[in-house]
Design a protein around this ligand. Structure first.
Ligand code: SAM
Length: 172
C-alpha cells in the first residue's frame, strides 16, 4: 500500500505526543550533566517548557525561545536568534532543528555559543512505515567544532511506524 507523506506525518504526530510527554527528557538529563552550575543556557524550540523547568531545577540559568509559545521567554525563529555572538555557555535544541532551515539554525546555534560551550541537538532523521522511507532531513556534519562528545542515531518504534532520531553533542 502506498502511504502519502501526509499520512506518515499524521502517524508521526501520534508518536510526537509521546515524545512531548517525556518530562523531563533523557536528552535534558544528558545535557544538564555536561553543564556547570549557574551556566547560562539557551533552549531553542522549548515547546511546553518541561525540559527548561528541569534544567533550571538542575542549577542552570535558562533562556527559552520558540517560534510560537505561551511560555517561551523570547519568540523568535531558530534561524534568526536575537542574541549577540558567544554569549551562552550552552545551547539545547530537542526535536526542532528538522523543522527549520537546519543549516542556518546550526550556524546560529554555534554563533551564540561561547568558545568551549556545549551544544546539544536531537532531531528526527527519517520515518519508515509500510516499507516506505520518508527522509526528513540529512545528517548535520560538524566540521567547525573542537570536539564531538556524542553522535548517535537510535531507532524508535511508535504506534505503527519506526523512525530514527539523531542525538549530537558538540563543544565549540
Ligand atoms: C516537536 S516540538 C519539541 C518541543 C520541545 N523541545 C521538546 O523536546 O518537547 C518542536 C518545537 O519547535 C518549535 N519550532 C518549530 N519551528 C521552529 C523554528 N523555525 N524556530 C524555533 N522554534 C520552532 C515548535 O513551535 C515546537 O514548540
Amino acid at each position: 500500500m502506498q502511504v502519502s507523506p501526509g499520512e506518515i506525518y499524521e502517524r508521526y504526530r501520534l508518536g510526537a505526543d509521546w515524545f512531548n510527554r517525556q518530562n523531563p527528557s533523557l536528552q535534558a538529563h544528558r545535557f544538564a550533566e555536561r553543564c556547570a552550575q549557574g551556566a547560562l543556557v539557551l533552549e531553542v524550540g522549548a515547546g511546553s517548557g518541561a525540559d527548561a523547568k528541569f534544567l533550571r531545577r538542575s542549577g542552570l540559568s535558562v533562556v527559552t525561545t520558540d517560534i510560537q509559545s505561551n511560555v517561551a521567554d523570547v519568540l523568535c525563529a531558530f534561524e534568526h536568534l536575537p542574541f549577540r555572538d558567544s554569549v551562552f555557555d550552552g545551547v539545547y535544541a530537542r526535536g526542532v532543528i528538522h523543522l527549520c532551515d537546519s543549516h542556518m539554525a546550526q550556524a546560529e546555534a554555534l554563533r551564540v555559543l561561547r568558545p568551549g560551550g556545549t551544544l546539544f541537538v536531537s532531531y528526527l532523521l527519517d520515518i519508515i512505515t509500510d516499507g516506505h522511507r520518508l527522509d526528513v532531513m540529512g545528517v548535520l556534519t560538524w566540521g567547525d567544532v573542537s570536539k564531538v562528545v556524542i553522535e548517535k542515531t537510535s531507532i524508535r518504534r511508535d504506534v505503527d511506524h519506526v523512525h530514527q532520531v539523531v542525538e549530537t553533542m558538540v563543544i565549540k
